[in-house]
Write a protein that binds this ligand. Structure first.
Ligand SMILES: Cc1cc2nc3c(=O)[nH]c(=O)nc-3n(C[C@H](O)[C@H](O)[C@H](O)COP(=O)(O)OP(=O)(O)OC[C@H]3O[C@@H](n4cnc5c(N)ncnc54)[C@H](O)[C@@H]3O)c2cc1C
Length: 452
């Protein structure tokens, strides 16, 4: 019997589940109200990294003399930048849609809603379409959390969705929130020439990160002239003709041309008809078990809606596992998804990436670990590229030598961490990294050195 699999939401969770299930022979329908690829492609991962890449190109040109080149005038062309981002997003949407269609996935443009445990309605421009499903995936993602003390108008007070680039270039951007999203926007706009102030509610930028790693980023931001207000909670915005002032709860205030909210996200669980199918919701999120099933066994949830690690990579992996489960793919072929072993990256300068156990967490747990650190200043490749700031840090078990975690701070950290992630996921020993014959000169050599 063909499995009828209905997916609400076409982001990384939804579209990965769809292609995987379709490749196993399921009859798959994806209901998406916006674009295939989801917020990840339209608002989050792709446009933010495209803007950051443009900032990187500008920084590279500005370093011309350091690289033995004659400097020349260069600046940001906001119109060309917006076009570049649109072209990238459209290409990725086109490719993702084509992949789904080539697998025979039916795509319905509209709003999806559960109306019973096995029944879904897609409200499309052509009217409602009723669907019967053997399995259902809820993959509706999340949206930026906006404060009630500020009117986000998309003009002067921005959410992350208004920033690619804003209608008017900020001369002085006040970023509220110092988590991953906040610091990426601080880096992005400061690299593209804006004056930037960061309002951080805690004493550490990137709260929760290894303090040494967070300090490396903070030092760099300060050295670039970013103004950092720590321990300050924004509570109001006063608007003036061409400027605004952000007020904090401790009496401090900062004026700028624009403000950007980066204070987290909210799950898209309203209007999904969860009660009609008996699906439990906690704080707006849909709790899942190790197989990503909700309390209703044939209804699954994945991605940001599931309240697990809000990463595109995690959403896609959950989608893949759900498809395999739905299609009866032999269990035991995969490990249980271990969210603690997800590699993460922050696309700032320096770039930051980590995976597995952090040194600070091992210390807090009273766990004995071996920590080895190699600075990029000792790497020939880093010197060649004139990017010798940062370091590689490996955390391993002193008894077995098994790699438990690691951090990379510096150029291409998001790529280099892949090696550590493979080691952490597969229980490799540090010596296994040393034994690999790596390319010379390469930044990866620092990983091997840290494994010695
Ligand atoms: C600024 C920013 C940058 C980020 N950068 C990265 C990064 O570099 N790397 C990374 O791994 N993660 C990044 N993330 C996180 C990443 O974007 C999310 O974790 C990821 O998008 C989650 O995927 P998803 O499939 O759950 O949801 P989404 O990508 O949000 O997709 C959900 C889809 O469901 C649709 N939808 C919602 N409700 C309905 C409905 N009722 N009917 C039909 N369709 C519906 C929406 O239109 C949307 O297209 C970033 C987040 C932000 C905010």
């Amino acid at each position: 019997m063909t499995v009828r699999f209905v997916i609400i939401g076409g982001g990384p969770a939804g579209n990965t589940a769809a292609t995987r299930a379709a490749s196993f022979g399921a009859e798959v329908t994806v209901i998406e109200r916006d674009i295939i690829g989801g917020a990840a492609h339209l608002w989050d991962c792709i446009p933010s990294k495209a803007m950051i890449a443009t900032g990187g190109a500008l920084a590279a040109v500005r370093r011309s003399p350091e690289m033995g080149l004659t400097p020349g005038p260069v600046g940001v062309d906001a119109v060309a930048l917006r076009q570049r981002i649109e072209v990238i997003s459209e290409k990725i949407e086109h490719d993702t849609r084509q992949l789904l269609e080539s697998q025979g996935v039916r795509i319905l443009r509209g709003n999806g809603c559960l109306v019973g445990p096995h029944q879904v309605v897609a409200t499309t421009d052509d009217g409602p379409i009723e669907l019967e499903a053997d399995a259902i995936l809820l993959a509706t993602g999340s949206r930026p959390r906006l404060p009630d003390w500020a009117e986000v108008d998309g003009h002067r007070v921005l959410s992350t969705r208004h920033a690619y680039p804003p209608r008017e270039w900020p001369t002085h951007l006040v970023v509220i929130g110092s988590g991953v999203t906040g610091v990426e926007f601080v880096h992005m706009f400061s690299a593209l020439g804006s004056e930037v102030t960061l309002i951080a509610s805690r004493q550490q930028v990137l709260p929760g990160k290894d303090p040494e790693v967070a300090a490396a980023l903070e030092d760099e931001l300060l050295s670039r002239g970013v103004n950092v207000l720590k321990g300050a909670r924004a509570m109001g915005i006063d608007r003036h003709t061409d400027t605004l002032t952000v007020r904090c709860d401790d009496g401090r205030a900062v004026s700028g041309s624009h403000a950007l909210m980066a204070i987290g996200s909210l799950p898209n669980s309203e209007g999904l008809g969860l009660a009609a199918a008996g699906v439990t919701v906690v704080g707006g999120y849909v709790p899942i078990d190790a197989d990503c099933a909700t309390n209703v066994p044939h209804v699954y949830a994945a991605g940001d809606l599931s309240g697990k690690l809000p990463l595109s990579s995690v959403a896609a992996m959950q989608g893949r596992r759900i498809a395999e489960k739905v299609m009866g793919y032999p269990s035991g072929l995969h490990r249980t998804l271990d969210y603690d072993k997800a590699a993460t990256a922050i696309f700032t300068v320096p770039e930051i990436a980590d995976v597995g156990l952090a040194e600070a967490d091992a210390f807090a747990q009273g766990r004995k670990v071996r920590v080895t650190k190699v600075p990029f200043s000792a790497s020939p490749k880093a010197l060649i590229e004139s990017h010798s700031r940062g370091f590689v840090k490996l955390v391993s078990d002193p008894a077995t030598g098994i790699v438990l975690g690691g951090s990379v701070v510096g150029r291409h950290a998001g790529e280099l961490i892949a090696v550590v992630a493979v080691a952490v996921t597969n229980g490799l020993r540090a010596v296994d990294l040393v034994d690999s014959l790596l390319v010379h000169p390469s930044l990866a050599e620092a990983l091997a050195e840290a494994s010695e």
